[in-house]
Design a protein around this ligand. Structure first.
Ligand code: ZN
Length: 458
């Protein structure tokens, strides 16, 4: 097939594509607020009809929450699963928007034309880049170059309660050679990126109990153990002077990144001073012998997220508290087993408890990191395709946060994900005046057309 013809069609059709996106943006599909439940369904129906119009066998599937939209299209190449979400965040506070969040508009800004509306970037504009690429390929060639399943969720912004049960029940219809996820952003202005590793998360809450009741420090101080003192002593030893986590076995299985990846990351020219400067900091606080991007993407961390106990109200109370509490979380990288680490952390803390103190634990979830197998040819094809569409060379990057759907695809369907998205830091997703650059929308659909064509030919 002629990729040039497809790209030319996407260029010529941009106004119509934008109009289609506007139709979807006009539907206030706020998943977290039950008042908008009929609108969420309307957005699902709209997408189902749009997929059918491209030639997908599409259906809206009910769940106990909001529906899933699934479309299948046959093709000669490998089977790809595309994921996006059609629900959006609430719009409050409305007074901070410069217009109705569900009345999209193309606006001229000093940085170019933007589509202004809730969901423009997260994730309706992004998911439509893929559908527009499919539409143009289908119109030019009469078919699609790969077997494609489109899977669109309506609960991503409200914690995806139906996602795991749905994947478990309907895995056979969704399992593919690779998932494509379009819900991320560019690395920097003009520099596209593919997220190939995401850190996992382990959350722990601890309560150390000493005396049976709160005590008066004048009467008991000097004799009675203070559990806050115990807790701070133990947690104070969580890192050494070089920033290394001291829980035994914490770094077991952690691998170094490849030389090729290290070179790509170095080539990104990450501005660590600016990154810290934006939040009023100047000195990296993690392991001292690591680069900033390693600290953010490929090294595990331990953080004390909250610590409380005793009296913290107005005035003063000379209490010797009965209990001390902390919440501690760990960002994990590939090779670390979250369940083993939970045991190791609990054992490390417990071993340091003095006599007369007991500890109780509450677990706040454990999810492993994911690292994609970038030897799959689609990754190199996607990297080359993105590099052709944007001025900067695309890189394989890490994500410091987590994108749960990628982990679920891996765990439940045994499928890696290629995460490519075209959002920008100033898109204000989840905030008032969300926008998506028309340029991102346009280049995004061209990039998918290149990627699909490239994968089919590989
Ligand atoms: Zn999103």
């Amino acid at each position: 097939m002629s990729l040039d013809a497809v790209l030319a069609r996407l260029d010529a059709d941009l106004d119509a594509a934008t109009a289609r996106l506007f139709e979807l943006l006009r539907i206030p599909s706020i998943s977290t607020d039950p008042a908008f439940t009929p609108d969420v369904r309307r957005a699902a129906d709209w997408l189902c009809a749009d997929l059918a119009g491209i030639g997908f066998q599409a259906a809206v599937h009910d769940t106990t929450g909001h529906p899933m939209v699934v479309g299948h299209h046959d093709g000669p190449g490998p089977h790809l699963l595309f994921y996006g979400h059609y629900d959006v965040q609430p719009v409050d506070p409305l007074s901070l928007w410069d217009r109705d969040p569900f009345d999209p508009e193309l606006q001229e800004t000093p940085k170019g034309r933007v589509i202004r509306a809730r969901g423009a970037a997260d994730d309706k504009g992004q998911l439509m880049t893929f559908l527009e690429a499919c539409r143009a390929i289908k119109a030019e060639t009469g078919t699609l170059p790969c077997k494609i399943t489109v899977f669109l969720e309506g609960e991503e912004e409200s914690g995806s309660p139906s996602l795991v049960p749905y994947l478990k029940a309907h895995g056979d219809a969704l399992r593919a050679d690779l998932a494509l996820i379009c819900d991320t952003g560019l690395f920097a202005e003009g520099v596209p990126a593919i997220v190939t590793q995401l850190r996992g998360l382990l959350g722990e809450e601890m309560t150390i109990t000493g005396p049976r009741i709160d005590l008066h420090s004048g009467m008991y101080g000097g004799m009675a153990i203070n559990p806050i003192r115990v807790l701070t002593r133990i947690l104070g030893g969580l890192h050494d002077d070089q920033g290394r986590v001291q829980v035994p076995g914490f770094y077991d299985g952690v691998e170094e990144i490849s030389d090729d990846l290290a070179a790509q990351w170095a080539g990104l020219g990450f501005d660590a001073d600016g990154f810290l400067g934006d939040v009023g900091l100047s000195v990296p606080a993690g392991e001292t012998d690591r680069t900033p991007l390693e600290l953010l993407w490929s090294r595990p961390t331990a953080e004390i997220n909250g610590i409380w106990g005793g009296y913290t109200g107005a005035g003063f109370k000379t209490v010797l508290p009965s209990e001390a509490h902390a919440k501690v979380s760990f960002r994990l990288v590939a090779g670390q087993d979250p369940f083993k680490l939970r045991e190791a952390f609990r054992a490390w803390v417990t071993a340091q408890l003095p006599e007369d103190c007991t500890i109780a634990w509450k677990d706040h979830g454990a999810s492993p990191a994911s690292r994609m197998d970038i030897s799959h040819p689609a990754f190199a094809i996607a990297r080359a395709s993105l590099s052709q569409e944007w001025p900067g060379e695309a890189a394989f990057i890490g994500g410091g946060g987590s994108i749960p759907v990628a982990g679920h695809f891996k765990e439940i369907l045994g499928m890696d994900s290629l995460l490519a998205g075209f959002g920008k830091d100033d898109d204000a997703i989840h905030s008032p005046n969300e926008k998506y650059d028309l340029d991102s929308f346009h280049r995004g659909m061209r990039a998918w057309a290149r990627i699909l064509t490239g994968i089919a030919e590989s």
